[in-house]
Design a protein around this ligand. Sequence first.
Ligand SMILES: Cc1ncc(COP(=O)(O)O)c(C=O)c1O
Length: 415
Amino acid sequence: MPKTAKINASGHLEIGGRDLLDLAKEFGTPLYLLDEETIRGQCRTYVNSFREHYPNSEIIFASKALCAIGAAKVIASEGLGFDVSSGGELFTVLKAKADPRRIYFHGNNKSIKEIEEGLKAGVGRFVVDNQYELANLADAADRLGRDVSVLIRINPGIEAHTHEFIQTGRIDSKFGVPLDQLDDLVKEVGKRKRLKLAGFHAHIGSQIFDVEPFIAEAKLLVSLTRKYGTEELSLGGGIGIPYLSGEKAPDIPDFARKIAAEIGKTNAKLILEPGRSIVGLAGMTLYTVGAVRDIPGVRKYLIVDGGMSDNPRFILYQAKYEAFLARDPGGEKSETVTIGGRFCESGDLVIKDGLLPPAKVGDVLAIACTGAYNYSMASNYNRVPRPAMVMVGGGKAKIIVKREQYKDLIINDAD
Ligand SMILES: Cc1ncc(COP(=O)(O)O)c(C=O)c1O
């Protein structure tokens, strides 16, 4: 739940001082909500924890988790830089007036056009994933006459305990330079006059609850920093968040203390790239129930007006969420229901076998923890326009992404 969530005097769920039923009426459903106070709070917890335990650190937001100008402005105003992994993310955060020197350009197959866009924008660091990209970057830097600092993304060979599709650091991965090829790549950087090796980057995966794999990753990056005499190291992102009540995510100050104890063995600058743990908890999605399908002895479905196109995380990796009835969030969760989406796929579910108080057609459901990897992974499947996104705080609600219209759907269709 966002930090500001509470049951108001009408008995309804509210966040940011706004009643969710009023928001559904005013902006329609499906609707993405973002609680500004939760985003700011998470940014401050990261910045202050690392400032306390390891002052030579920089927190950058992994914009892949949520990329929209309105959100980026809030995050930038809390002192975070940005990780971008495409020209589109770069374009968006630049529109939010992010400082280009604090942008780290990721991606495992940046096009030459994207590399040039990054160089022209003056991004602070390119994170290089492989030798082909390194050659393209070096050539583009020569052509444009720009000096570039690079981090090399390594494959640390560390298995984090999370879904296979969001593990990125094990040996069998499409990301990062295998350690036995690192010497060659470092030599290659040395040969190219416009490139400077700033250090190494790794990212072991996402939605990780266990701190041990991060410590193993930190130890490895420290050893590489010493071996190659580099000045920076980036641990990537990956800290998990509690999607379900009862789940316990790592405590960020404690994480900062433990990581600092490892990195403190160098003088290197530490970079962290949280995404999910900055915006995930801040988000809620509102849906309206449009149909109920009760199959006796089998399952009861509540069919809502959104689903896999605004939140593909169930269909991608059976991600789990919790739902609340906006008119009675504290009601006894006495029914087991499956929340099905409106899209033409049987796998289009939001929640399978979740608990809710009895709900009926017309009810507004609030799905918690949808701030990360929902909007940023949304599609127009079935040509359904994507929902609006509204930032709430201090009793106010501002649209930060407008609801798509049919005309937006055909904007690129050639007749
Ligand atoms: C390179 C990199 N950095 C940071 C992140 C952010 O991870 P998370 O949102 O789990 O913090 C990702 C996401 O997978 C990533 O690929």
